[in-house]
Design a protein around this ligand. Sequence first.
Ligand code: ZN
Length: 145
Amino acid sequence: MNLDTLYQEVILDHYKNPLNKKLSTTFDAQVHHINPSCGDEITLNLSAADGSITSITWDGVGCSISQASVSIASDLLAGKTFADAQAITDQFVDLMQSKGKKVGDEAILEDAVALAGVSQYPARIKCALLGWMAVKDAAIQAQSK
Ligand code: ZN
């Protein structure tokens, strides 16, 4: 199995069995982000305590890349400090802007490296970034409370 096939399976698995796709009843920040160019839409709840993200839950509709990406982000960034979550998000944004030249650091980005190939398709980058920007927005709101 080559890497592309493996990555496609990781994305498809997150799309079919999304993590944390059930909005929590309590939260410190709620955001709604849309990607009109594709029709992707998510609502995301974030809870925080002592400088860390304690939970990220979401609901949404859209293409497999957008939904898989928010599933990955919700799993990866929950439990991290705000600073660590921001650093990881910066790495993911950098990967998405690499035009296919970077593969991503799996030790940091974990399943998100499966989205590396998306950086070759400018029209799909917003799909991949949607969930991450929602977490970033929610984290800023939670910190300013
Ligand atoms: Zn999309």
